[in-house]
Design a protein around this ligand. Structure first.
Ligand code: HMG
Length: 450
């Protein structure tokens, strides 16, 4: 399908992954579950666990700062900053405002959050593409911490992380075909988080059915509007609430296109497994180690594909399915850039995963407890966990708690002043390692909010 519109899409992409993780073997042992259920049934190996000094804001800031630094972006050129998130930190002030200040963007910049469960960042990206057609640059950042009740079926699918994307009319990473819209919306209660609850409420199997129903509809729409079918795509990427969901999605599309019922015992699945290995699996490895990062999940898959197969993916056509509970589905197609040097070595995904620290189940629960205490009353939580296990070692921006009803962040070393967010004055007689220690022991913190 030809279009006279100028091209737009992703010029640059980075991923931020929390420093700590819990293996699903440890979770399975704790709950007396066969680990094969998590490994094969859900396709997950470990989950990213944010330190209590990390939240949706700090992860988004880290991803945006990396985007600016690794791709030499001029912060003053960014006229639009959209944050896709469903785990915001305030009912009024958007995450994007914090990110704007802490990442040092210029004042002539529209900022806002978009919330629609896991679909928010995709909505932001499509909006940013329209903006980019006029020759302007935008940043879309997806950042979330996924949380379910301990012991619930959703717990092994948890994750956390952020993906930042520079959107422009120089789409060296992914040129998005945005001249058509294959969207499907249906108001359902498959997954939601009531305002009184820190964790999501899920009708798990129904949510899987809703995801697949949205996929079938938006896939059919895309085919009708573009004349393309799955043979046209070298890679097929999906929102990944858990990696094995992509197999369900893959067979659903195969059924739509071939009319064959693959659930029937007489069906031969081998040909489909081969197609799956080639077109779907290359985008799964990061989600297997990180878990569901909600708004960033689909884009984490793109980052994994680009980093894992930089040369063979170059110039290829991809389909990308975004699903947000509630629900909205969108099927996007696009072309990966021809030159892998545009992104190779700059995404940061593999490097972040190899430097992570494994934690045990007790520390995971302790992190959750401290995170909740800070969320509920802003207090400086006490902890019995030894100091060396509690400190984040390489996070640049830290969330320190709430003081005078204001969230307090210790900006990274590269923070540019110029916003009216609380200024944190650090006492010079305390080394940085002591800040969190004093905070967690409930002592007077070594900073002052001005
Ligand atoms: P569950 O209770 O683990 O389900 O919940 P299950 O008992 O059916 O087991 C899962 C799979 O493991 C099954 O495979 C079992 O056969 C298999 P399947 O039939 O599905 O192919 N299994 C085993 N395999 C190997 N060895 C074993 C073994 N035992 C069982 N020993 C569920 C699964 C996904 C419902 C749960 O994890 C959940 O509630 N997750 C959260 C919701 C979710 O992820 N929904 C997905 C679609 S909605 C969505 O994507 C939106 C979302 O991202 C939020 C947003 O939009 O913001 C979630």
């Amino acid at each position: 399908m030809s279009s006279t519109r100028p091209s737009a899409g992703i010029e640059a992409i980075t991923v931020h992954v929390p420093e700590h993780y819990l293996t699903l073997d440890a979770l399975a042992a704790e709950h007396g579950v066969d680990p094969a259920k998590f490994h094969s049934g859900l396709g997950c190996r470990s989950m990213a666990v944010p330190h209590p000094t990390q939240d949706t804001v700090t992860m988004a800031v880290a991803a945006v700062r990396d985007l600016i630094d690794r791709y030499n972006v001029d912060p003053e050129e960014i006229g639009l900053l959209i944050c896709g998130t469903e785990t915001g930190v305030d009912s009024s002030k958007p995450v994007s405002s914090y990110v704007h200040g802490l990442a040092g963007l210029g004042p002539q910049c529209r900022t806002f959050d978009i919330k629609h469960a896991c679909y928010g960042a995709t909505a932001g990206l499509m909006m940013a593409c329209s903006w980019a057609h006029k020759g302007r640059k935008a940043i879309v950042v997806a950042s979330d911490v996924s949380r379910y009740q301990p012991g619930s079926p959703g717990e092994p699918t948890q994750g956390a992380g952020a993906v930042a994307m520079l959107v422009s009319d120089r789409p060296q990473v992914l040129r998005i075909h945005d001249s058509f819209e294959a969207v499907h919306t249906l108001s359902v209660n498959d997954f939601w988080r009531p305002t009184y609850s820190p964790t999501a409420v899920v009708d798990g199997r129904y949510s899987v059915a809703c995801y697949l129903s949205g996929l079938r509809s938006s896939w059919r729409e895309m085919c009708e509007m573009t004349g393309r079918c799955r043979d046209d795509f070298a890679y097929m990427l999906y929102h990944l609430p858990f990696p094995r969901m992509s197999w369900k999605a893959h067979t659903a599309i195969a059924e739509v296109e071939t009319g064959i019922d693959l659930a029937s015992p007489s069906s031969d699945l081998e040909p489909e497994k081969l197609v799956y290995t080639q077109k779907v699996e290359p985008a799964l490895w990061a989600a297997q180690e990180i878990g569901n990062i909600y708004t960033g999940s689909l884009w984490l898959g793109l980052a994994a594909l680009l980093e894992g197969e930089p040369t063979s993916s170059a110039g290829k056509l991809v389909s990308l399915y975004s699903y947000g509970s509630g629900s909205c589905s969108e099927l996007i197609t696009g072309a990966i850039g021809d030159d892998p040097t545009a992104w190779h070595g700059r995404i940061g995904l593999g490097a972040a995963l190899t430097t992570r620290t494994q934690i045990d189940h007790d520390l995971y629960l302790e992190f959750r407890k401290m995170e909740l205490a800070l969320k509920q009353n802003g207090s400086y939580a006490r902890s019995e966990i030894p100091l060396e296990k509690r400190l984040p070692s390489h996070a640049s921006t830290l969330y320190l708690g709430v003081k005078d009803h204001r969230r307090v962040y210790r900006p990274g070393a590269d923070w540019q002043p110029g916003t009216d967010q609380p200024r944190v004055q650090i006492r010079e007689d305390e080394p940085p390692e002591a800040w969190c220690d004093m905070w967690m022991l409930g002592q007077e913190p070594p900073w002052k909010v001005q």
